[in-house]
Structure formats: structure tokens, C-alpha cells
Design a protein around this ligand. Sequence first.
Ligand code: MG
Length: 370
Amino acid sequence: MIRIGVCRVLAAVVTTLAMFHPSGMVMAEEPAAVLGRRWKQHSMTQPKPPVVAGQGSAGLAAPPADAVVLFDGKSLDKWVSDGGEPAAWAVRDGFFEIKPEAGSIQTRESFGDIQMHIEWASPSPASGSGQNRGNSGVFLMGRYEIQILDTFQADTYADGYAGAVYGQAPPLLNASLPPGAWQTFDIIFRGPRFSADEKLLDAAHVTVLHNGVAVQNNEPILGPTSWLNFLAYQPHEMEGPIRLQDHGQPVRFRSIWVRRLPARIETFAEQAEPPHAIAKTPSELAAFAGAFQMGDDEAKPPVTMTVDGKGLIVRFPDRPVDMPIVPVSERVFEFVNTDATIEFEVDASGKPGNATMHIGGSTRSLKRLK
Ligand code: MG
């Protein structure tokens, strides 16, 4: 609880600090993204992503079993226009194509944290230049655009290349394939987190593989993507529709699926139950201490156990840290930080002898050395 609390407070502090202009003036409306940047948005002098040969799509692979298929090659039933009307883009033979000026489309369903696969192809033959050459985009939660553009042997500003977090983060590499070739995006997206009082707790993050090449590596998204200006985060729901952009050029799409990513159970929300130690005197503990051969390999350095406070310290020859164990019954010790125990044999007089370590559903023998 405490540890995640500290992380969240720090994140909030960082966000708040970023709202202060270096002049000391409070810039309440200024998105954090603006401050301290080396290049203006859409800079043509920002280095362009180096070219690398992408893999392309080897054909239509079956989606994972738990995927929501958003296009099955036949219909746009899962999509609507921005106004909620049936999507007006043209479905052809296993793919669909932007109908220029018909408007963007978005999914009927809403999504939050996702893994997404989408295949797209730039118009062929290519026409237009810069941002008017096969422009579209995948808007995650309807707000955060991963740019689609024909940037195969074509130039534009770095933060507008295919695979860019549009206007924010150029792709690490230019993995574009020629016009007409089916290209893939595999996107792993974590939405932003907002507090109950609508403060930003954590930015959205995105990882993108373009044609099998990682072009965004858990990149923090600075706010809603936008042309000409950075925008500050506005609180929103945990899920939103995925939009595909109509930028006036007939980009094609096929094989679109999404997997909802489950939230990880909070590691620090509850403290792990500490061992319920029982009291043993130093001399009682000393009887358990000693050197032990783990397993059958006599050549291996021994495991040692020494008295330390109310328990023992175990030192494995090939582990970098000492591990405390505490007695939880007459002859069983529990590791403080690991879900494991060491159970000692005792002879008729009660003297501890060999032991067995229980971990992960299996056992290791510990033979006491003289
Ligand atoms: Mg676009």
C-alpha cells in the first residue's frame, strides 16, 4: 500500500511540477509535453527514423482464441461512423478501404488496455507527398493516434512517420513497405490512469511493432495526439472506441483484432502475510545451524545456516544475498521473503539433523555435514 502510494504521489508531483513554467509562472493549461523539448512539434530538422527492412505480412494468421475480431474480411458490422451510422467505407475482397471524405470510423465496442493487430496497405500507385501520402491512423481510445502513412522512400516530419505517436514520438525506425504491400501494426497499449478527483496518475504507454520491427518501446504518450499543438490530458473513461482516420486517401485494412489485457493484481496493495514465528532461544537456534550439502553433488560448496536474531540466515553458494528464515513450529523454518520452508529431521533426543527444503511444489535435500 505504502509503496504504490509513494509511486502515485511522485507521479502526481512530477505532473504538477510540469505545469509550472521555468519562469515560475503557473501555466495551468500548458501540457507537460511542451516544456524542455529539443524540437518544435512537426520539426523537419528532428532526425528521421533510420530505414530498416520490415517483414510484411506473411498472410492472414488466425487471431488468438480470446481476441475480439474487428474485421473478418466480410463486413464492417463492428464499426460505425463518428455519428453512429453504419460505416460507409468500401468492403472488397477480404479487405476494406477508406472512402475519402466519408469520415472516420470507430468500433462499436470500447477498449482500454489492449493488444491489437491490424494490417494496412498504402494506396498503389502512390500519390501525394508528406502528410497527404496514404495518411490514416489508429486512434487508441479515440484519442491517441498511431500514425499510418506511406513513408516508404518518402519524407515528412519525423513525428508524422508511419508508426509515430503522431506529433509526439517518431518511430525508432522506418520499417515501411512499398505502396500496396500489406503492412502490420502490433500494438500493446496501456491507457492513462486518472484519480477519482480527475488528476493524471500515469500517462498512457504504447509499444508498437511495425512489420515485426519494434518502433515504439513502451513510449509514454504525452496527451491526446494533435496536429499543430500539444494537448494536455483530459480525464476520460477507462475504455474508449478505436478510431480509424479518414484523411482523404484510400488506405486499405484487413485482419484487425484486439485482445483486452487484464489488469495485473496489485503487487503492493496488500502486504504478504509475514511468517508467524515462534520463539526459540539462541542456543535452541544454534542447534539447527550448520553446513549442509544440497542434493547429491558433494563437490558443490555447502549451504550454510547461522544464527541471526530470532531465526537463521541461510546462505546458498550460488545466490548473491543472505536469506532469513524464522521458526514457525518445532522443526520447521519459513523463509521471510520467499514462499518456501526448511523442515528439519530431529533424532530421539530432539537434536536437529538433515533437512528438506520445500519450494514451488518440490523438495531439495539438505544433508547435514559434520
Ligand atoms: Mg494520420
